[in-house]
Design a protein around this ligand. Structure first.
Ligand SMILES: [Zn+2]
Length: 415
């Protein structure tokens, strides 16, 4: 039998033998009978010790990796053991765990593809259900979390990401040093209590050895970072600073555009949003024309735009002293601008002056690009995941995509 030989070559377990396979063309299923090798003793699922056989349960079906469009099922009657330590227990079989109907090999297989495709696409490709893909990923992620090595951690980035409808946020903590970039932790909500759990997870010793923390200006984050990462330089992340300024600029533009329509002016700001928010080098030809047109007007949006563009020079400095001087001049200029959202941003910048200058003290060691890149990947993961309704699902999907978790090993590579 070719199939049993194949199975023996890739999925062989000492105490068990494959005994013939049967193809059911109507249901497109291959059923493979498995039985214990003569003389082999079952092992207790409670403690792993071998024990004497007590009785045998009705046949169970385990799903193995499908092949050529046929589902492959392993059929086996589990034995019960009489264990000295645990009493009467079901035996433990090496190809599956607990009540799972999927074999370990198949779970690893599905989880592998679920990282490349969406869960939905994975389910469709292998003629299985979304729930089973989910089970598979859950198993692999849990195993990975239990077996991963957390330390040492030199640099972390803290970020938040919106999920679901409305203003629900997750807190994400990444490790961002060169050589190790991964998602370390996912927190429900964006609160002190939830962020504190991250520090509980890594423990005092690891937290104190962290050298750099990149974060945004959100006060509870800053407080906890100061409390736990006692030896770290807290750096305000460039990505978050730019994002905040863009919000201010967008407020100015939106309010002004509304006012112009109300007062019956020509709607010159219409469709100008991305022209003003994007860096000039990223504009499309049409947006470039539009921007040139808008810039001819004496508008608060235009002045705010020019201030935003001027701020780009800040990031080019090498010395914290000169960067600081630039910052003071720029904020002074903004405070005179009479553009309220920009002034508010400038005040925030002033309050966090030292943390901003830490960016230069860290010699730009951690480019904002790292956090921004991870943030984008996290967003893609969430977008691909139309089925993720609960926090638990999202957490698993994010760890699976970004956690770089270790995976359980099989004797044979199926993918
Ligand atoms: Zn036992």
């Amino acid at each position: 039998m070719l199939l049993t030989r194949l199975l023996n070559a890739c999925h062989r377990f000492p105490g068990f033998v494959y005994e013939g396979a049967r193809l059911d063309e109507a249901t497109k299923t291959i059923e493979v009978q498995v039985r214990p090798r003569r003389g082999s003793k079952p092992c207790c699922s409670g403690c792993g010790q071998c024990a004497s056989s007590y009785d045998q349960l009705p046949e169970r079906r385990f799903e193995f990796i499908p092949m050529w469009g046929f589902a492959v099922l392993l059929l086996y009657r589990m034995r019960r053991v009489r264990c000295e330590a645990c009493g009467v227990k079901v035996e433990q079989v090496p190809w599956a765990m607990g009540k799972h109907t999927l074999t370990r090999a198949y779970m690893l297989y599905l989880a592998h593809w679920a990282r490349k495709l969406s869960w939905q696409e994975t389910a469709r490709s292998f003629h299985t259900s979304w729930e089973k893909v989910c089970q598979a990923v859950e198993y692999v992620v849990q195993w990975g979390l239990e077996h991963r090595q957390l330390g040492p951690i030199r640099a972390i980035g803290v970020d938040e990401i919106q999920y679901g409808r409305g203003h629900t946020y997750l807190t994400l903590v990444y490790q961002i040093e060169s050589g190790c970039v991964r998602l370390l932790w996912v927190g429900k909500e964006r609160t002190i209590e939830s962020f504190e759990k991250f520090f509980t997870m890594i423990g005092k010793e690891l937290a104190e050895k962290i050298e750099f923390v990149c974060s945004d200006m959100w006060k509870p984050y800053l407080k906890l970072i100061a409390k736990y990462c006692t030896h770290a330089l807290n750096i305000l992340d460039r990505f978050h600073v730019v994002a905040k300024m863009n919000l201010a600029l967008d407020d100015v533009r939106a309010a002004e555009a509304r006012r112009m329509v109300q007062d019956g002016y020509e709607p010159v700001l219409k469709k100008s949003r991305w022209c003003l928010l994007k860096r000039p080098e990223n504009l499309t030809d049409n947006q470039r024309v539009k921007l040139r047109d808008v810039l001819r007007y004496n508008l608060a949006s235009v002045r705010a735009y020019l201030l935003k563009e001027a701020f780009q020079d800040f990031w080019v400095y090498d010395s914290p002293t000169w960067a600081g001087k630039f910052l003071d001049q720029w904020t002074t200029q903004v405070m005179r601008s009479r553009i309220e959202p920009m002034k508010k941003f400038a005040r925030t910048i002033r309050t966090h002056r030292e943390l901003l200058l830490n960016y230069f003290r860290a010699r730009k060691a951690f480019s904002s690009g790292v956090i921004e890149g991870l943030n984008n990947k996290a967003k893609v993961t969430m977008r691909k995941a139309y089925g993720f309704r609960t926090f638990g699902m999202i957490e698993i999907a994010l760890y699976h995509a970004l956690g770089k978790l270790p995976e359980p090993k099989l004797a044979h590579d199926f993918y």
